[in-house]
Design a protein around this ligand. Structure first.
Ligand code: 9MG
Length: 288
């Protein structure tokens, strides 16, 4: 029997090992790397470094989603991300674009982006259609309320059941609009309208999300929950982030979204070998 796949445009990822998605924020105000890669040449150099370190995908974002961040216009977001997508996709790299705007989805997919990562789970009018028409992979993430207000008293009856039901409903909407099942990934949205207790409960229960059959994306890298557990500032949360990525993969995450690609890939390769899971296959890019 062949392995299940996650299809992202022209890239087919066989789900025989966890995938590592490196984060590239081209924003002046993201919570960890805000401003660091705002300038184009630095951003390109960082992307290439992450590929050298073993990233399978790079997630490029032009609008910060940290609590209280200011929204950006469509043209400002396009100005930040499109030239990078054109250069990197043109060189054959599998790219995700972190956006909520259908016009940005369409333009970046046309420029060769392989995946759309939407913290709003394609809820904007026209977002699902933009992705269905372009054949990209999608990541549907759960968020309670909006970035400006999401951390004001997050509230759930049963966080696992509610987040999972939401993601299943969004996946059904995508399927009904013609997005192929193998193009859909889901993400519980750690830190997006969740307390530390909610995040831990979701992490312990990732198996319930993996049981849907959709690849599960986990994004815990450098987040404030890790600061709350360790007492470390954001700049000192690399070891905690690697531990969180391992914990997520051990519970069924298929893709981890991380800042520290080299350290995460090394840790996952060791885990993969210890578990006897076979060869660590090269990424589609490295196989070219
Ligand atoms: C853009 N972004 C920030 N955090 C994220 C997370 O946890 N998951 C996904 N899919 N995207 C995120």
């Amino acid at each position: 029997m062949s392995a299940p796949v996650y299809q992202c445009g022209r890239f087919k990822f066989e789900r025989t090992r966890p995938l590592v998605m490196g984060i590239l924020n081209v924003t002046p105000d993201s919570f960890f790397d805000g401003g660091r890669f705002f300038e184009r040449e630095r951003a390109l150099a960082h992307a290439r470094r992450m590929w050298g370190d073993g990233a399978d995908l790079i997630d490029i974002g032009g609008e910060s989603s940290r609590p209280g961040a200011s929204p950006v216009t469509e043209s400002e977001e396009l100005d930040r991300v499109l030239p990078l997508v054109e250069t990197l996709a043109g060189a054959g790299y599998p790219l995700a674009v972190d956006t909520r705007k259908p016009a940005v989805m369409r333009a970046t997919a046309a420029a060769g982006a392989a995946m759309i990562n939407d913290i709003g789970a394609l809820s904007a009018p026209g977002a699902i259609e933009a992705c269905a028409q372009s054949g990209v992979g999608v990541c549907l993430m759960h968020m309670q309320r909006e970035p400006q207000t999401m951390q004001v008293a997050p509230d759930y009856g049963d966080v696992v059941a509610e987040v999972r039901a939401f993601l299943e409903a969004r996946a059904r909407a995508c399927l009904a609009a013609g997005i192929a099942r193998e193009c859909i990934a889901i993400d519980p949205g750690f830190g997006f309208g969740k307390t530390l207790a909610h995040n831990l409960q979701l992490l312990r229960s990732l198996g319930a999300f993996a049981a849907t059959g959709f690849p599960v994306v986990a994004g815990l890298s450098r987040k404030s929950s890790l600061g709350a557990i360790t007492g470390r500032d954001v700049d000192e949360r690399m070891p905690a982030s690697v531990a969180a990525a391992l914990a997520a993969v051990a519970r069924g995450a298929a893709i981890v979204r991380v800042h520290d690609v080299r350290e995460t890939v090394d840790a996952l390769r060791v885990w993969h070998a210890v578990e006897g899971k076979g060869e660590w296959t090269p990424t589609p890019l490295h196989a070219r």
